[in-house]
Ligand binder design. Structure first.
Ligand code: DGL
Length: 268
């Protein structure tokens, strides 16, 4: 593995930037090539076959940049495509679901965990499987919250409309007495303050991004592939709306994004 090579990270849109932010905090020397599939978002309502097809195209594009590892910074694509993408590529592929499940199990005290995510992630049951593999006694209550993704893409992070939507989604979850809730979609950490207010301060919110960055760091260390060059030059690509993406990215990331390129991902 070429240690100075970049890391490929992808999501359906801006959500994966919450994972990029953690990677930048924890392994700041690493160079990132990010792709947001803004033209084909949302992923959460699409079939497994479609998401595997999209993921294959994106990985093919990222590999033209000679990346040394791939991070699937999207829960839906992690749920549907992690296995296939890992099998088809000889470089390490890291998803967000395993790391998120691990943190949730460590965080819960009463053994009742809520998971919110897209239809795809929730219906795949992937979090329940990962959590119960670690501790079969834990109860998992899941709720698909598809409207959160467009609200984030719209930038309505603290809007009364977002609060109302969250109240409707969470009314049932609240009745189960969960003490931990996994933000099982990479868009959701951007709504963290609003979601915390609605679910209640006593519930621990789990953002899988932090543990995902730790997993990535571990994988790079094991392969003796942590980057040695200073001053990484990150690159950002989207399938539509580069300008809009870039201004959003600049509100999320600790570095300044000065260029975002639109590409035709269907070509790959
Ligand atoms: N951010 C993605 C996830 O973590 C998908 C959102 C979407 O496109 O529906 O699931």
């Amino acid at each position: 593995m070429e240690s100075n090579a970049p890391i490929g990270v992808f999501d359906s849109g801006v959500g994966g930037l919450t994972v990029v932010r953690e990677i930048m905090r924890q392994i700041p020397g690493e160079e990132i090539i990010y792709f947001g599939d803004t033209a084909r978002l949302p992923y959460g309502s699409k079939s497994k076959e479609t998401i595997i097809g999209f993921s294959r195209q994106i990985v093919k594009f990222l590999r033209t940049k000679e990346v040394k590892a791939i991070v699937i910074a999207c829960n839906t694509a992690s749920a549907f495509a992690l296995e296939t993408i890992s099998q088809e590529n000889e470089i390490p592929v890291v998803g967000v679901v395993g790391p998120g499940a691990k943190v949730a199990v460590e965080a819960t005290k009463n053994g009742k965990i809520g998971v919110i995510g897209t239809f795809g992630t929730v219906n795949s049951n992937i979090y329940t499987q990962y959590i119960r593999d670690i501790n079969a006694d834990i109860q998992v209550f899941s709720k698909a919250c598809p409207l959160f993704v467009p609200l984030v893409e719209e930038g309505w992070l603290y809007d009364p409309v977002t609060i109302e939507v969250a109240e409707r989604y969470f009314s049932e979850l609240k009745s189960y007495g969960i003490d931990t809730m996994v933000l099982g979609c990479t868009h959701y950490p951007l709504l963290r303050h609003t979601l915390q207010k609605v679910i209640g301060e006593e519930v621990t919110l789990v953002n899988p991004a932090y543990e995902t960055a730790i997993s990535l760091k571990r994988v790079l260390q094991e392969n003796n592939a942590l980057r040695k060059d200073a001053l990484p030059e990150h690159q950002f690509y989207v399938s539509d709306g580069a300008e809009r993406f870039q201004s959003f990215a600049n509100t999320i990331l600790p570095c300044r994004v000065i260029e975002t390129t639109d590409i035709n991902i269907e070509k790959y």
